[in-house]
Ligand binder design. Sequence first.
Ligand code: OAD
Length: 235
Amino acid sequence: MDRPRNIVILTGAGISAESGIRTFRAADGLWEDHRVEDVATPEAYVRDPGLVHRFYDARRARLGEVEPNAAHAALARLDAQWPGELLIVTQNVDDLHERAGAKRLLHMHGELNSGWCLACDERFSWDGPMGPGAACPACAKVGSVRPDIVWFGEMPYEMERIEAALRDAELFVSIGTSGAVYPAAGFVQTAKYVGARTLEINLEPSQGSLLFDERRYGRATVEVPRWVDAMLASK
Ligand code: OAD
């Protein structure tokens, strides 16, 4: 591959799996023992806010028990050293990319460590449990703070910025994502349309694997550092 200038990297749950965070589409089809529609939709939140909060409070608490792995560290190294444009777009709501040191990063599906007040529309960082009785730090209203997570049926964040980066991309890399959830699953097609080369790094072929020019299969902690080392050696 000729040395690309502009790189867009999409990451999914597979990059955090070896840190001890379970992926979404496990063999049982359940997400941490819940059906997605019971915990990750606006309807679920209206129906049973207590359940949804307990679910995300547990996921947030888990962040304190896990550490970034070699794949997060490698991407942070690439981010720090790559001379061209680079954007890491993560679907993950954990904070492992930033804890590894990544800066050119956006969370298209929101973040566990962020809250959103439905009364005043402010977003703010959040530590510890949230629960249905949390008070908004901006407007002080009680009971209007929800996890700042993009649920099914909601619009992912920063789509304009992502589309702009994809339009300029010369290389698109998809890491640890099953390619099951749009719009992220369609980024590879946008990248191809503008003439970017495309690379998939995953444990196994994803649903869209045949769309990629190059595919590397193995554990993220092995394959991502290997790829990053080769990129930095070529810069
Ligand atoms: P998935 O759970 O659908 O897919 C995880 C992918 O990671 C699979 O293709 C696995 O093969 C791969 N994988 C697992 N372990 C790996 C490892 N050690 N190294 C490399 N790859 C590995 O997760 P996502 O594709 O991220 O959305 O899911 C996308 C979205 O669906 C999530 O952001 C979430 C979910 O519902 C929302 O919450 C809105």
